[in-house]
Design a protein around this ligand. Structure first.
Ligand code: ATP
Length: 551
């Protein structure tokens, strides 16, 4: 690996003054640098790779622009649409299109296989979204699942008080005012811990936070706002019970703990996993699918013997980060964030954060939740939720006996994982040569996650080529999601498949009719090779096999 000293250039190769960076070649093609990003053209000239060279052919773009491009790409290529768009949309609700649904399913499959299939002591369930309303009383959501909100009296816009302060902390950091940032972080944490809403408002005033819309500092008091959606269950309005749309999938696991333990004869330690929708009436929803009002979670509760929670917590923290990294994502894009302010029932909590174009954001939480949830459900339901542990305690020489298990939770947002995957894969690649300007947009998705595994193109629409192409496709589609395309020149078809991240394009031409060979073109290298058609299932199968990420 070599280091290059690079200067930033705009697309028109105008040099941006004063921005020299050391770039590790070998080869990260996109590098984020505050508000700009570098893109290195692999074909640009490196006269002497060992010397420190300032090279050109670098495009610079703001990270905002990159993010906007990803959002419009997601829409244009059938990944994510705004919900109810023909009615002008519904705030913070999104629909997944034909390619988005495939990508989402593949992420779910990766998670499910890694958590359930690969662990003989973890099983998966699918509990209902509607649950007995007492569950949310027991879990603390009715009384405590709220965010501090504040309104600006001039713009009438509503904000989360803690988020306004967090933005200010980030601003202090970016301006190099680390002391101020640390002080404000500390003051905010204290105020949140003490649930001191007046202090939160004072901090907003002290740090001169203005409404981004009106620009004024004319704020209301800070109030708590419950995030649960409620509805009525029952035909007659008067008799109907208020029930809630679940704000997390975890409670469906807790209330089924005993059912699963008994019916599956599960022995501690064991886990229960679940993928499903969750609903939160977020005060302010922003950043596309990062903060939605209807979203999906992939959660696993791991039940352990009291006293062993620390070691299991450490293990799951590591295991979960490995799951992310197995997809080939640059490790520097991830970091752990330790919670200093713990929920009253937790004895440890870490977030796994990813560096999105707008900064590091939580993608997954690993929480040590003690026996809080099960104990609360024992109290509220009046049913015993204990486990009899026959194993002998070496200290007392007696069985550990009955106890309410402790729980380690891993909770990842599927939609945030989806966005992370899209952003990480998205690349606007400059393919220009000395005589020709050219570029392509490619999604370098891990082949296991790619919505379409291969596309089949007859070179022309005649001479029996479409029939031959379909014959090949019919065999492959038994194992893989395959797309058939015969419209436009081959080059255009390649570009369309690059844009949705298809790892292989297979062209059927006249030679195929003679010797049953096809041209296979690889998405990332764009290299083409001639291979026998009957080897295609092996070639595709090897690249998209889950073994590549699970073992
Ligand atoms: P945040 O602090 O960002 O609001 P959280 O700490 O409330 O998140 P958890 O309750 O731990 O989140 O939920 C677990 C995961 O669910 C999060 O790591 C995130 O990926 C996802 N998640 C939570 N809220 C939303 C949302 N409104 N939209 C999309 N995903 C979400």
């Amino acid at each position: 690996m070599y280091s290059y000293e690079c200067s930033l250039h705009t697309r028109s190769e105008k040099k941006i003054p004063g921005n020299k960076v050391l770039l590790e070649a070998a080869f990260k093609k996109t590098i984020f640098l505050g508000n700009t990003y570098l893109k290195v053209n692999p074909k640009s000239k490196f006269p002497n790779p060992k010397s420190k060279i300032i090279f050109a052919a670098i495009m610079s773009k703001s990270t905002d622009e990159l993010f906007k491009n990803v959002i419009s790409h997601a829409k244009e290529y059938g990944f994510v649409f705004p919900s109810s768009e023909i009615y002008d949309g519904l705030s913070a609700v999104y629909d997944y299109g034909q390619n988005g649904a495939e990508l989402k399913n593949n992420i779910k499959t990766y998670w499910w296989k890694a958590m359930v299939q690969m662990n003989d002591n973890i099983v998966g369930i699918d509990s209902a979204i509607f649950m007995h309303p007492k569950i949310w009383k027991a879990s603390g959501h009715v009384d405590g699942f709220s965010d501090p909100m504040i309104d600006n009296k001039d713009s009438k816009k509503r904000y989360r008080a803690d988020q306004l302060l967090e933005d200010k902390i980030a601003k202090y950091d970016s301006e190099g005012k680390t002391d101020k940032a640390e002080q404000l972080q500390h003051d905010m944490d204290e105020a949140l811990k003490a649930e001191d809403l007046t202090r939160l408002r004072d901090l907003i005033i002290e740090h001169e936070l203005a409404c981004p819309v009106s620009g004024t500092r004319n704020w209301t008091e800070v109030r708590q706002f419950n995030l649960m959606f409620s509805t009525q269950m029952g035909a007659v309005a008067d008799d109907a019970d208020t029930i809630y749309l679940r704000p997390e999938t975890a409670q469906g696991i807790f209330v089924n703990y005993l059912n699963v333990q008994k019916s599956g004869r599960m022995k501690i330690p064991f886990g229960i996993a679940q993928i499903g929708k969750a609903f939160r009436n977020e005060v302010i929803a922003r950043q596309f699918i990062i903060r939605m009002r209807e979203f999906e979670q992939m959660e696993m509760q791991f039940f352990v013997r009291p006293g062993t929670q620390k070691e299991w917590f450490d293990q799951w923290k590591e295991t979960r980060l490995k799951w992310h990294l197995a997809l080939g994502t640059d490790a520097a894009k991830y970091r752990y964030h330790e919670h200093t302010k713990l929920a009253h029932y937790a004895d440890a909590a870490y977030d796994i954060e990813f560096e999105f174009p707008f900064g590091f954001k939580e993608v997954e939480g690993i929480h040590s939740r003690t026996n809080f949830d099960l104990s609360q459900h024992e109290k509220f339901s009046g049913k015993k939720l204990q486990y009899f542990d026959p194993e002998v305690d070496p200290e007392t020489g007696k069985p550990f006996g009955n106890y309410v298990p402790y729980v380690i939770e891993t909770s990842i947002g599927l939609d945030r994982m989806f966005l992370l995957t899209m952003i990480n894969a998205y690349e606007e690649e400059d393919l220009s040569t000395e005589d020709k300007q050219d570029s392509r947009t490619v999604l370098r998705l891990h082949p296991c996650l790619a919505p379409v595994k291969a596309a089949i193109f007859p070179l022309t629409k005649k001479d029996g080529l479409p029939e031959k192409a379909r014959e090949i496709m019919d065999k492959l589609k038994l194992d893989f999601n395959i797309q058939y395309e015969e419209k436009d020149a081959i080059g255009k078809r390649y570009r369309r498949q690059d844009a949705i991240g298809t790892p292989f394009c297979i062209t059927v031409d006249h030679q195929t009719l003679e010797d049953n060979t096809v041209t296979i073109r690889h998405r990332d290298s764009m290299a083409q090779e001639r291979v026998p058609a009957d080897q295609l299932d092996k070639i595709i199968g090897d690249l998209v096999s889950w073994r590549n990420v699970l073992s």
